[in-house]
Ligand binder design. Structure first.
Ligand SMILES: Cc1cc2nc3c(=O)[nH]c(=O)nc-3n(C[C@H](O)[C@H](O)[C@H](O)COP(=O)(O)OP(=O)(O)OC[C@H]3O[C@@H](n4cnc5c(N)ncnc54)[C@H](O)[C@@H]3O)c2cc1C
Length: 422
């Protein structure tokens, strides 16, 4: 069995730790923050464990809608002009990934392989970690103003159907009994019964890390600053300015910061932050059968332990740019339109709000596999919009690759070499 150092303890690192421990490896987790803390995307996401998230962001014809979307005051996408020159190569690859439907179908298949059994995997993990109450398998629902709005998303639903996602249609009355406070302007819905959600993703990740530590994982508090590679072999992982942690394998699961570490192993991976936001609203009396996603706001509306979390928006800007809380205001305006009777605050200034970084590759698939000829440095990042849901299956694949087993999940779509020359 091997000494494996896992770099980053978000949901992906935590799941990798548990899988590798169950294979008998000697596991060390290195992380500068609290596990599941606000520095990680795993903290503040929409909390959806969705089997239906098989549709990549880049779809045929998307380029035609981009100018209109960018002009919408409350639209789901914004690109900061100052970041455009740096982002251009990534954006071109992003558009190319969705240019042809055949490529998009392949991406959907690869996402389905990671997401198909995500709810059951998370339920089992939450149970093992003593937080079974945090994973709720009640389904997930998309709300539309009308059936025509649903039909306008026909490509997405065809892709889901091809991946055997099962749903049922809701008419206006069904929607009202689903969520009585929902604005009457929504008259059509789609419920995906297999979907699940997490009531507190940050606490869930912290519980997974505690479980890993109770099973023998070592915890090192700090940032990995380098990989010690000598004569073509990985020897250790350097933490901060000093300590070198001996390593036979390193798993890079550092979310948005992962690409710089992969570069040290010789791989250039195009990874950008699709910055996203959440706000948390008080909504004690709100009755919702499942979390909701309204088609106009494109945000996840989820009841969490902290309150009603509204999360969404894609802001393409530099990783280090200050938060633009106008994006939180957009989420708040959508929430007020969604639930007009609930009397939400007028401004997001006094409510919890958060900015996080979706670690996104241009083709919408994570990078799972070796990024060094020795096979000892393994990438486990780039999960973009689906990392919470996809983490356990990704960890299974990483475990198989490190063990040298034939993986049950075909590793080809996620291989590092698809970005050769990036
Ligand atoms: C607004 C928003 C909504 C989302 N909604 C959903 C959703 O509903 N469902 C879903 O499945 N996904 C969703 N996602 C995506 C999901 O949150 C991410 O894909 C996932 O959390 C990525 O997990 P990760 O472990 O790769 O990265 P992270 O959670 O970011 O964890 C990376 C960790 O690595 C650590 N780290 C960084 N650098 C170093 C270093 N040098 N050394 C050591 N450690 C380091 C960081 O401190 C961090 O803790 C959403 C994301 C956002 C932003």
């Amino acid at each position: 069995m091997s000494q494996v150092v896992i770099i980053g303890a978000g949901v992906v690192g935590a799941c990798c730790a548990l899988t590798l421990l169950s294979d008998g490896h000697d596991v060390t987790l290195v992380e500068p923050g609290e596990p599941g803390g606000a520095q990680s995307a795993s903290f503040g996401n929409g909390a959806w464990l969705s089997t239906a998230s098989v549709v990549p962001m880049s779809l045929p014809g998307l380029w035609r809608n981009i100018p209109r979307t960018l002009l919408e005051r409350d639209g789901p996408l914004v690109i900061r002009a100052s970041a455009l020159p740096r982002l251009a190569p990534w954006l071109l690859r992003f558009l190319a990934a969705g240019w042809r439907i055949e490529a998009v179908e392949r991406t959907a298949r690869a996402l389905a392989a990671l997401l198909g059994d995500a709810p059951a995997r998370h339920q089992a993990l939450a149970q093992a970690a003593g937080v079974a109450h945090l994973v709720v398998r009640s389904g997930l629902t998309y709300a539309y103003p009308s059936r025509a709005h649903f039909e306008a998303e026909a490509i997405a639903w065809r892709l889901r159907q091809a991946q055997r996602v099962i749903w049922r249609e809701l008419d206006a009355d069904d929607l009202r009994s689903h969520t009585p406070a929902l604005a009457p302007s929504y008259t059509f819905g789609i419920e995906v019964p297999a979907g699940a959600h997490c009531r507190n993703p940050g606490a869930y990740v912290a519980a997974l890390v505690s479980l890993a530590r109770s099973r023998g994982a070592r915890w090192v508090s700090g940032s990995v600053t380098g990989l010690v590679i000598e004569q073509g072999r990985l020897r250790a992982v350097r933490v901060g300015a000093g300590e070198a942690v001996p390593a036979e394998f390193a798993v890079i699961s550092a979310g948005i910061d992962a690409a710089s570490l992969a570069r040290q192993a010789g791989c250039a991976i195009p990874l950008e932050s699709e910055r996203g936001y959440h706000i948390v609203l008080p909504a004690e009396g709100l009755s919702m059968r499942t979390p909701l996603m309204p088609s106009d706001g494109k945000m996840a509306v989820t009841q969490t332990e902290q309150g009603l979390r509204i999360s969404g928006q894609v802001e393409l800007a530099s990783r280090s740019a200050a938060p633009d809380w106008r994006r939180a205001e957009v989420l708040l305006r959508h929430a007020r339109r969604l639930f007009p009777a609930l009397g939400f605050p007028q401004s997001s200034d006094a409510i919890p709000r958060w900015l996080g970084h979706r670690p996104s590759t241009p083709d919408g698939l994570p990078v799972l596999g070796a990024c060094h000829p020795s096979g000892q440095v393994v990438c486990a990042f780039g999960h973009g919009h689906v990392g919470l849901a996809a983490a356990p299956a990704s960890a299974e694949l990483i475990g198989d690759l490190i063990a040298g087993r034939t993986p049950r999940i075909d590793p080809q779509p996620y291989r590092v070499s698809r970005f050769a020359g990036a």
